[in-house]
Design a protein around this ligand. Structure first.
Ligand code: FES
Length: 466
C-alpha cells in the first residue's frame, strides 16, 4: 500500500536517510547500496536531484514513466528542503504467510488460565500468537521494520556498529508494541524468541565481535524483565537464551518444540532460511551447525524461496543446465525464461542464480552429512527430519531431494514443521515457563563451526554437483 508523508530533508542527506531520521520505515533491502531497487518513492518537489542513470536502470519502464524515484539516490539539489511530500510506494507491510508451526503439527495445551503472547522475531518476519486458557486468541505477523536497514543481518549490524543501534532496537520495539496494541486483551506475559543477532539488536548490545571474528555474542542468557509498553502497561517479558552467535533462541525453541530431549532416536532438524541451522541429536547429545546459504533463497525473483528449489529441479530435469550447474549454451548469456508453475509469470533464470543455489544447497547438504559423520549415525538410523522456517513451509520435498539438498534416504522421514521457534515459545508458556526444559537443551547442545572442519570443504565440493 502506498502512503504519503511530509518530511524535511537536509541538504547532504538522501531521502532514505531523512525518512529514517523521522522514524518512517521503507523497504531498503540493500541498505542504500543502490542495488535492490526497493526504496521506491514519488516526490512532489523540483529542488531534488535529477534521476541518475543507475537509478533508472533499477526501476521498471513503467515506474520510470510514472516518475518513480529511489529514496537512496535522491538528495536536495542545494539547500535543505522543508515540507517535502514523499509517497512511499509499497510501504513496509506484512505480506508474509503466517507460519506458526501449530498450523502444521497439532498442539494440545495443558495449562490453566495463564495468558501470554509468544513472539518470534525473524530477520524478515515477526510472528505472534496470544494464548489464553489454552486457546489461541490472536495470530498476527509483521515484516520486521529493520528491513529498512537492509534485508540481511550483516547490513543491520553494520548500521548498529556505525552508531544506529538505538534506531534498530526501536524498529523492533515499535513492531512489538504494534502487536501488543492489536491483541484482544493485555497479556500477563510476553515470551520472545529470535536469532542471536535479533536479540542483540533488540537489547542494543554490541554486535561487532559477534558478526566478525571471533563471532562472540555479548550475552547469551535469559532475559526476564518488566517492560513498559507504549500503552503505559508494564508486562513481564521472557526472552529465550541463545547457544552461540549462530545458534539462537529460535533454534533452541525449535528443538524444544520438536521434543529433542524426549527421544532416544536421533532426529534431524533443519531451519531453512538465509542461513540454514542444522541440529542432529536426541535426549543425550545434540550437534548443531549453521551453514551460510547466501542469497539463493531470498526469493528476489520468485515469490517464495521454496519456488527456487522447484524451479531448479524442473530446469535440471529438463536438461536446461547440466550436472555441474552450467546453463546450455543457448541460455548462457541471456538466461532461461522460466514459467512459474500455476501462473502466467515468467522469470529469467541466469547462470548466477543457478550458482547461488548450487553454493547454498551444497553448504547445507555438506553440513547435514558432516554432522551425521561426527555424530556417528547413519541415514537409516535417523528417526524424523523436521524442516522448519520460512522455507520449510510449503517446501517441495521431492524437488529438494532432486537437487541434492536433502538426502534421498531421508525423503520419507521429512516433516515440514512450520515456525518451530514460535511453537517452542508457546510450548514453554504452556508448560508454566519451565526454564529447566530449555536449559537442558542448551546443556546437551554442542556447536560445530563448519568452516573450521576440514571434511566440510571436501563434502561441500562433493555436493556441488546437481
Ligand atoms: S536501492 Fe536498495 S535501498 Fe535504495
Amino acid at each position: 500500500m502506498d502512503k504519503e508523508y511530509i518530511i524535511n530533508c537536509k541538504k547532504d542527506e538522501t531521502v532514505l536517510e531523512a525518512l529514517r531520521r523521522q522514524g518512517i520505515m521503507i523497504r531498503a533491502f540493500c541498505n542504500g547500496r543502490h542495488t535492490c531497487g526497493k526504496c521506491r518513492i514519488m516526490l512532489d518537489e523540483e529542488n531534488m536531484s535529477e534521476p541518475a542513470y543507475e537509478e533508472m536502470y533499477l526501476l521498471t519502464d513503467e515506474e520510470n514513466a510514472m516518475g518513480a524515484r529511489l529514496a537512496c539516490f535522491v538528495k536536495p539539489k542545494s539547500d535543505d528542503v522543508e515540507n517535502l511530500r514523499v509517497t512511499i510506494l509499497d510501504m513496509l507491510e506484512s505480506e508474509a504467510p503466517i507460519l506458526t508451526g501449530t498450523d502444521e503439527l497439532s498442539m494440545s495445551f495443558s495449562m490453566g488460565d495463564i495468558s501470554f503472547v509468544a513472539i518470534d522475531i525473524g530477520t524478515t518476519t515477526i510472528a505472534a500468537k496470544m494464548i489464553r486458557a489454552g486457546e489461541v486468541i490472536y495470530t498476527g505477523t509483521r515484516i520486521n521494520s529493520q528491513c529498512s536497514y537492509g534485508a540481511d543481518i550483516v547490513s543491520r549490524c553494520e548500521e548498529a556498529i556505525k552508531g544506529n543501534s538505538e534506531q534498530l532496537s526501536e524498529c523492533l520495539m515499535d513492531d512489538i508494541n504494534s502487536i501488543i496494541d492489536e491483541l484482544p486483551e493485555t497479556p500477563s506475559n510476553v515470551i520472545i524468541t529470535g536469532n542471536t543477532t535479533m536479540i542483540h539488536l533488540l537489547m542494543e548490545y554490541p554486535v561487532a565481535e559477534m558478526v566478525n571474528y571471533p563471532f562472540r555474542p555479548y550475552y547469551t542468557g535469559w532475559h526476564k524483565k518488566n517492560i513498559m509498553m507504549d500503552s503505559g502497561k508494564v508486562i513481564p517479558w521472557t526472552i529465550f537464551p541463545n547457544l552461540s552467535a549462530f545458534i539462537g533462541g529460535d533454534i533452541i525453541a525449535g528443538l524444544y518444540y520438536c521434543d529433542f530431549t524426549e527421544t532416544d532416536k536421533v532426529n534431524l532438524f533443519i531451519d531453512l532460511g538465509t542461513n540454514a541451522e542444522i541440529a542432529l541429536g536426541n535426549r543425550e547429545h545434540i550437534l548443531t551447525a549453521s551453514a551460510a546459504a547466501g542469497p539463493a533463497f531470498e526469493g528476489k525473483k520468485l515469490n517464495v524461496a521454496t519456488d527456487v528449489i522447484r524451479c531448479m529441479a524442473d530446469l535440471r530435469r529438463n536438461g536446461i543446465f547440466d550436472e555441474n550447474g552450467a546453463l546450455k549454451d543457448a541460455y548462457f548469456e541471456s538466461g532461461y525464461e522460466y514459467r512459474v508453475p500455476g501462473t502466467d509469470k515468467y522469470v529469467t533464470v541466469t547462470q548466477r542464480d543457478i550458482r547461488d543455489v548450487q553454493i547454498a544447497k551444497s553448504a547445507i547438504r555438506a553440513g547435514i552429512e558432516l554432522l551425521m559423520r561426527l555424530y556417528g549415525v547413519s541415514m537409516k538410523n535417523i528417526g524424523k527430519v523436521y524442516i522448519s522456517g520460512g522455507m520449510g513451509h510449503g517446501l517441495d520435498i521431492k524437488s529438494a531431494v532432486e537437487i541434492g539438498l536433502i538426502p534421498r534416504e531421508l525423503e520419507s522421514k521429512v516433516t515440514p514443521a512450520g515456525n518451530t521457534s514460535l511453537a517452542g515459545a508457546i510450548k514453554y508458556g504452556d508448560n508454566n515457563f519451565n526454564d529447566a526444559d530449555i536449559e537442558e537443551i542448551i546443556s546437551i547442545s554442542e556447536e560445530i563451526r563448519l568452516s573450521e572442519e576440514k571434511e566440510f570443504s571436501e563434502l561441500y565440493y562433493e555436493y556441488m554437483q546437481f
